[in-house]
Write a protein that binds this ligand. Structure first.
Ligand code: BGC
Length: 411
């Protein structure tokens, strides 16, 4: 159609009073089966309000690839309306003055009162709400295949690191892969969150990852944590390199491997495969981190868009924060709600445990931001940590050299 003709059609439509369809464009990295199912809950909600969903998926946990794609769009002056983002990435974008101000909606709906403070730290910038948190995930989880553990003679869940190693040994001896894992930097770092917590506890974790204390980063405890990463490395199969996390989950789901250390988005894969917690699979905290929670929260950052797109953007933010949506979505996603007033009734056993763990850890001061998923340090430092952790996992340096390199990366 020629331009002039399009213009004529558009103005004719407007003259008849027809309302132009509203739409949102959403950038995210939810491309696995479980993730797509959860995203479907949000898409449907919007579509039921007559809003068209323009999907912009960029795969890759931790959101590194998504942030790169976003940079290109923002640079060309054409950002999507909403973008999935984690912790310090939200702050980094907000500092650039490109995000929207959601204070009108947040004020009307009372977000200040229902969103946990640990999340608000990232949802708000300079007193303005710039993102709507959709969930709380956490990284210090282990997922296990119950039948495999039964066959391997692992009858009780390991309570500490040494018991975990015994269990991994038994699973390997029974002919299964001990630890299902994908060798990608963000996945290695996800293991490291739990390993550092079980090795040094919450105070050490905070000193190293939040305060970036060089004495903690380059310490005997950090060396021990790296030694434990080498231990884990000995239980992965030979094809682990660059495997996607959901394929590692599939190894546990299909009974090829005993365990996977991964955030609770992994539960979304088990549920998608119709597996039942405590019957087909087990969820536990990384042994030795009971009571501790290393959290990350997916939030939808809203960008400054033209007046014609703002209505749909506000409706998206409102839909995300709706309590019954937060229940429906998180039941499928594997995460827990980003509001404190959502009942746990619709959640399975692992979800109920996740909600209780989060509330308890928050009360007891054992809630920490996940380093691997952008909630401890900004990307500039996180990426330096990633390089060290991955390099060490692949045998390019000793544990002592890795601890030293962590301190250097934080500088
Ligand atoms: C996100 C999850 C996502 C996972 C794997 C994490 O960074 O917080 O929502 O499922 O990456 O893609």
């Amino acid at each position: 159609m020629k331009r002039s003709l399009i213009a004529a059609v558009v103005s004719a439509t407007m003259a008849t009073g027809a309302v132009a369809a509203e739409s949102v464009e959403v950038l995210h990295w939810w491309t696995s089966g479980g993730e797509a199912a959860a995203l479907g809950v949000l898409k449907k909600d919007l579509e039921s309000q007559g809003i068209t969903w323009n999907d912009m998926p960029v795969a890759g946990g931790g959101g590194e690839a998504a942030m790169t794609a976003l940079r290109a769009r923002v640079t060309s002056g054409n950002p999507p309306s909403a973008v999935q983002a984690l912790g310090f990435d939200i702050t980094d974008w907000a500092k650039q003055g490109v995000v929207a101000n959601l204070n009108d909606l947040a004020g009307k709906e009372g977000w200040d009162k229902v969103v946990p403070t640990a999340l608000q730290k990232f949802s708000k910038h300079d007193g303005k709400w710039v993102a709507a948190p959709v969930n709380v995930h956490s990284t210090n989880w282990v997922w296990a295949n119950k039948a495999v553990l039964d066959k391997a003679g692992v009858n009780t869940m390991p309570q500490n690191w040494d018991e975990f190693i015994v269990a991994l040994d038994k699973v390997q001896k029974a002919g299964y892969v001990g630890l299902a894992h994908g060798g990608q930097a963000w996945q290695d770092a996800t293991l490291f969150d739990g390993v550092v917590l079980t090795t040094g506890g919450v105070d050490f974790y905070n000193k190293a990852f939040v305060q970036k204390d060089p004495k903690a980063l380059n310490s005997a405890t950090m060396v021990k944590a790296f030694d434990r990463m080498s231990q884990l490395r000995s239980y992965v199969d030979k094809d682990f390199s660059n495997r996607d996390w959901n394929l590692a989950s599939a190894m546990v789901i299909e009974g090829k491997a005993g365990f996977q250390i991964m955030g609770d988005w992994a539960k979304g894969e088990f549920l998608k495969a119709k597996k039942v917690p405590n019957k087909d699979f087990l969820c536990m905290r990384v042994p030795g981190t009971q009571g501790m929670v290393s959290f990350n929260s997916d939030q939808f950052m809203m960008f400054k868009v033209g007046a014609d797109s703002q209505g749909a953007q506000t409706k998206l933010a409102k839909a995300i924060m709706n309590p019954s949506f937060q229940s429906a979505f998180n039941v499928v996603k594997g995460s827990v709600p980003a509001r404190t007033d959502v009942p746990n009734t619709a959640f399975d056993d692992c979800g109920k445990k996740g909600m209780a763990d989060l509330a308890d850890a928050n009360k007891s001061g054992q809630l920490v931001g996940s380093m691997a998923h952008g909630h401890a340090v900004p990307a500039s430092i996180k990426n330096g940590f990633y390089d060290v952790i991955t390099g060490h996992f692949n045998g390019t340096m000793t544990s002592a050299a890795a601890a030293k390199a962590m301190a250097e990366a934080a500088e």
